[in-house]
Ligand binder design. Structure first.
Ligand code: PMT
Length: 409
């Protein structure tokens, strides 16, 4: 795993001779485990073909703001929401001037306006153009909003020598990676002073010493919430089923396997907790009698007797009426109807409903959710990366939670 693993990176390419280096940049980001999409300005297509970048990124290249095909599928807003990071390399003097004043006259400049993701800019231009006071003024303004990497000094394609060369692709990848921890630091610490208890991942219910029942949860949704909450200043305890994920920075993780173990960990961590978020996919049933030795083949059919697991969310919510409790609902059909039933039955403050099955929800880097509140609120969040969605979910939780706090005092 690298810091870039599973990050959604949108690479923007504008029209300069350094555009040929962007192919290597795409390759390096893919190699570091990121999901990459590419957006090219018309000028960029004079220097390198979309087909090359499509082959390297494994995704169609986005070129036109009003492309009817793109609008029908991943329009500019969806693309802006999909990205965890935007990396513009090379960024020409013209593009930087347009970004400085907030133009939205092509797809790339529109994406920069429409995204909440951090934007990284690697300038490349003739040394005289870079030194020009207009460019320098633009750079100084853009530095306040975005990360600027380079340019380097050296011999240029036009024969000039000086500052204006785009950084080498590996240097750009390293610079972006180095700022990743900083990515979350400018987030307002709106959860400071609060302790969040979050469950994530699947549970494993043993059948015998070598076999178990489980599900497809990867833990990505719950871990993204834990990471986002920590970067918003919260004290975070993550109770996690078995996953392949690294513990997010600043998060205390408790590993469990079964639903019974998850319940025990959650119960002992509830005191002092302000908000409980249950994103784990807990097995509803477990084997009534777990075999102590490996089960032998028993003819053509095997009958297992299952008993219900405790409902961790319902028990925690009903046993702690002052705890702000948020459940998730994973549904294959009639999502809002079933989620609303769980919200009421388990007496939750809020439920995050997502459609699952057919490649949705479980073990994906993106998700689409609806949030229902006990007071009758309904928020629909369009599909976005789980990282991005985590911040949006927490912002809504925090707003509703603070309103409750105000009402109580
Ligand atoms: O982990 P990922 O691959 O990123 O996938 C994310 C996800 C799809 C798992 C996540 O977004 C999600 O929907 N989590 C809840 C999955 C689930 O078990 O939903 P449910 O509708 O069966 O359960 C409703 C709620 O009760 C959930 O908050 C669940 O944690 C909780 N529950 C369920 C059963 C049980 N015995 N105890 C519980 O606490």
């Amino acid at each position: 795993m690298t810091k870039l693993s599973a990050k959604n990176i949108l690479i923007g390419i504008s029209g300069g001779i350094a555009a040929y280096k962007s192919a290597e940049l795409v390759r390096l980001f893919i190699k570091s485990g990121a999901n990459v999409r590419v957006c090219m300005t018309p000028g960029a297509r004079e220097f390198i073909t979309p087909l090359t970048l499509q082959a390297l990124s494994g995704n169609p290249v986005h070129t036109a703001l009003l492309d009817p095909e793109a609008e029908a599928g991943m329009g500019h807003i969806e693309l802006a929401r999909w990205a965890d990071l935007i990396v513009i390399a090379p960024a020409t003097a013209d593009l930087m001037a347009r970004l400085r004043i907030g133009m939205a006259d092509d797809l790339l400049s529109t994406l920069v306006l429409a995204t909440a993701a951090p934007v990284h800019i690697a300038p490349a231009m003739n040394q005289q153009m870079w030194a020009h006071p207009a460019t320098q003024e633009n750079v100084n303004i853009l530095k306040q909003r975005h990360h600027i990497h380079g340019p380097a000094a050296g011999e240029q394609a036009c024969g000039d020598v000086g500052y204006g060369r785009m950084l080498e692709p590996q240097q750009i990848v390293d610079a972006v990676s180095a700022t990743l921890e900083l990515t979350h630091t400018p987030r307002p610490k709106t959860l400071a002073g609060h302790r969040l208890l979050i469950t994530a991942g699947p549970t494993r219910e043993p059948l015998d010493p070598v076999r178990y029942l489980t599900n497809r949860s990867s833990g990505k949704m719950g871990y993204a919430i834990a990471e986002a909450a920590a970067s918003m200043g919260a004290e975070v305890v993550l109770v996690s089923g078995p996953t392949q994920l690294d513990t997010p920075e600043g998060v205390r993780r408790i590993n469990i396997e079964t639903a019974a173990e998850m319940l025990e960990a959650v119960t002992s961590e509830v005191p002092g907790t302000s908000i409980f978020i249950a994103a784990a996919a807990v097995a509803d049933y477990r084997l009534k009698e777990v075999a102590t030795k490996k089960m032998k083949k028993q003819g053509s059919a095997l009958h297992l007797e299952l008993e219900q697991n405790p409902d961790i969310l319902a028990k925690t919510s009903l046993g702690n009426p002052d705890l702000f409790t948020v459940g998730f609902a994973a549904e294959t059909d009639d999502v809002i109807h079933y989620a609303s039933g769980k919200l009421k039955r388990k007496q939750l403050d809020m439920i995050v409903a997502n459609q699952v099955g057919n490649g949705k929800g479980f073990d994906k880097d993106s998700n689409q959710v609806d949030i229902l509140t006990a007071a009758g609120g309904h928020f629909t969040l369009p599909e976005a990366s789980k990282t991005q969605l985590a911040f949006e979910i927490l912002d809504i939780i925090n707003t509703v939670y603070q309103q409750g706090q105000v009402r109580l005092t």
